[in-house]
Design a protein around this ligand. Structure first.
Ligand SMILES: Cc1cc2nc3c(=O)[nH]c(=O)nc-3n(C[C@H](O)[C@H](O)[C@H](O)COP(=O)(O)OP(=O)(O)OC[C@H]3O[C@@H](n4cnc5c(N)ncnc54)[C@H](O)[C@@H]3O)c2cc1C
Length: 578
């Protein structure tokens, strides 16, 4: 699909070139925000033939898009709210992502739904999952996941021996899909860059260019060096999620879209702490709770509480963590304790402001607005439907561009690493022999890089020491750290340990034990001297320590204050609101 062109890198040289290109001429579109929505918009626009740039203030996906439950799903509970259209659209997207757009990054995942009542509950839940499966079919592509099945309590216990026998009466098992959310965003951006988009992380929009009422571009601060540049574009698209209202303030005026934040936290525990062959979904008073298989771990989440504090580093408190432990322990025969928790992460849902004060009841659907000429705002939605959001945003852009532009084609654009994936997966044993890596390692690499695995193996061929696993995080090879900097846009240690890999939530040391080794591996490609290596390790350590302490606090306010005590290696600009 990339018509024989080589896959773009997002390394330091490419970032510099992207900033230079975007300052040099008037673009068709500049996208603000490198979460999944912004990345999707950049790809949608560039594959319609538009000249596109995207700027991201921090690292790609460092906002909400690396902190989700990592599910590509219709959402069973939206069925209960009778929101069939939303579920149908999301399940159609699930089929597309699983089978065509990113089979290397999106995978089927089974869930067990334990029931707690005899009589009415089985037909009720059964009808819900049957409808869920049917809606998944009602599209041009096949569903891509197996259908549901009913299980007696005894059969459910064979699948999930960890469940307390007295906690349920029987179960239904159904299938959904999961994704490495941070890697998906970065891969979408690499795909957009491959088609010609100019992509720059650590580049913050600090103001808007205006001609009278019309927005004609953005003022961007390169946060790595402090330089400012003007990026002129015929249309600006704001895709900043929970920062939407801040951008609106930079533009001036009241704006048409308001977004509020709701915090959701997740815990990560080792796989052996919960003996189960399947994910589990539980009802809670307000919503649902998932126990999701995640490599050698489980992810448990989530919560849903209003958040009005710092948006860049939402902090999980002791209360949040206890809430999840209490709910999951209600069904486990061997309860989890705080000591079982390897990692904790918190994210903010960008919710469109509505009348209801209960954040879990606010709409997850998206809106697009054109508040002033030259500016498109998009917000709301969910990860699963990012492609639809992107299409709608670019349709609004096209409306503002006085020219004919083809319709969206991203339903037929596989992400880089996707094409030929199945064939390569089938050849994994051969690949293992030729690379002298274990087949389990090859599988892990294929599920992170798809057919771009060749680039990672190429690094190892040139420097065999990169074939060694990291000491203290042996799921990952040293080559993956180098590759994150040379090809995947990582600019700091934190980017690599948190988003290109997930070492910071997958190890009890939370990345501290590998920080020095990883920083030394990054020093070459990122041109760091010894001082910078020291700084990176020091900043990462302070972050982990602040997070650990914040997770001991009883209130959001205390947790936030402690988390904010850790300095940022590249601080963003706080807009002057005087
Ligand atoms: C706890 C939780 C669980 C979830 N689980 C799921 C799930 O399982 N499945 C699902 O489908 N959805 C899920 N969601 C929803 C989904 O994660 C979000 O809808 C989605 O990630 C939002 O993406 P975004 O691009 O709008 O925002 P973001 O990812 O936050 O991206 C916005 C970006 O804009 C950047 N930015 C801000 N200001 C500026 C500026 N001035 N200049 C440049 N850049 C700027 C930010 O740094 C940020 O990277 C979940 C959300 C949460 C919080």
């Amino acid at each position: 699909m990339t018509s024989g062109r080589s896959v773009a890198r997002l390394g330091p040289a490419e970032r510099a070139a992207a900033l230079e290109s975007m300052a040099a001429r008037e673009l068709d579109v500049v996208v603000v925000g490198g979460g999944v929505v912004g990345a999707g918009i950049a790809l949608d626009a560039v594959t319609r033939g538009l000249d596109v740039a995207l700027v991201e203030a921090r690292d790609f996906a460092s906002g909400t898009s690396s902190r989700s439950s990592k599910l590509i799903h219709g959402g069973l509970r939206y069925l209960e709210q009778l929101n069939f259209e939303l579920v149908r659209e999301a399940l159609q997207e699930r089929s597309l992502l699983l089978q065509r757009i990113a089979p290397h990054l999106v995978r089927p995942v089974p869930f067990l739904f334990p029931m707690t009542h005899y009589g009415w509950e089985r037909p009720y839940v059964g009808a819900g999952v049957a409808l869920y499966d049917t809606l998944g079919f009602a599209s041009g592509v096949t569903r891509g996941v197996p259908g549901h099945r009913h299980l007696s309590r005894a059969r459910a216990l064979r699948l999930a021996p960890a469940l307390k026998k007295t906690a349920f009466t029987g179960a239904v098992q159904y299938w959904d899909a999961q994704v490495d959310d941070a890697r998906y965003v970065m891969t979408t951006l690499r795909t957009a860059a491959t088609y010609g988009a100019h992509i720059a992380p650590r580049s913050q929009v600090v103001g808007f260019l205006r001609e009278g009422e019309r927005v004609t571009g953005v003022r961007v601060r390169d946060l790595e060096c402090g330089d400012e540049l003007e990026v002129r574009a015929r249309q600006v698209v704001n895709a900043t999620g929970v920062w939407t209202d801040d951008i609106q303030e930079l533009v001036g005026g009241r704006g048409q879209i308001h977004v509020r934040a709701s915090k959701g936290i997740h815990l990560v525990v080792p796989r052996d702490r919960i003996h189960s062959l399947t994910g589990i979904i539980l009802r809670t008073e307000k919503s649902v709770l998932f126990v999701i298989p995640w490599g050698r771990h489980w992810i448990i989440g989530t919560t849903d509480t209003e958040w009005t504090l710092d948006k860049s580093h939402p902090a999980a408190s002791r209360v949040d963590i206890d809430y999840l432990l209490d709910h999951v322990n209600a069904v486990l025969s061997v309860p989890l304790t705080r000591d079982d928790v390897e990692g904790v992460y918190a994210g903010l849902r960008p919710l469109l402001s509505g009348e209801s004060d209960e954040t879990s009841k606010l709409s997850r659907e998206h809106v697009v607005a054109h508040p002033v000429p030259g500016l498109v705002m998009i917000a709301g939605g969910k990860y699963t439907t990012y492609r639809v959001m992107a299409r709608d945003a670019v349709d609004a852009v096209v409306h503002g561009l006085d020219q004919r532009v083809p319709p969206s084609c991203t339903d037929r654009v596989p992400l880089v690493g996707a094409e030929g994936y199945q064939a390569l997966w089938n050849s994994r044993h051969r690949l293992a022999r030729s690379s002298s890596l274990h087949v389990a390692r090859i599988e892990h690499l294929l599920q992170r890089y798809g057919t771009l695995i060749d680039e990672v193996l190429g690094l190892i061929e040139r420097d065999p020491s990169l074939a060694r696993p990291l000491t203290g995080a042996d799921d990952y090879l040293r080559a993956e750290i180098v590759y994150a900097a040379t090809h995947e846009g990582a600019r700091h240690l934190n980017d690599v340990l948190t988003r290109r890999t997930h070492i910071s939530i997958e190890t009890f040391h939370r990345g501290l034990a590998v920080a020095q080794e990883a920083a030394e591996l990054l020093a070459g490609p990122l041109d760091w001297d010894g001082e910078q290596v020291k700084r990176e390790v020091e900043y990462f350590t302070k972050r982990v320590e602040a997070e650990r302490r914040s997770q001991e606090q009883d209130s959001d306010q205390e947790a936030d204050a402690i988390r904010l005590g850790a300095p940022e290696i590249v601080p963003v600009v706080v807009p002057d609101r005087t």
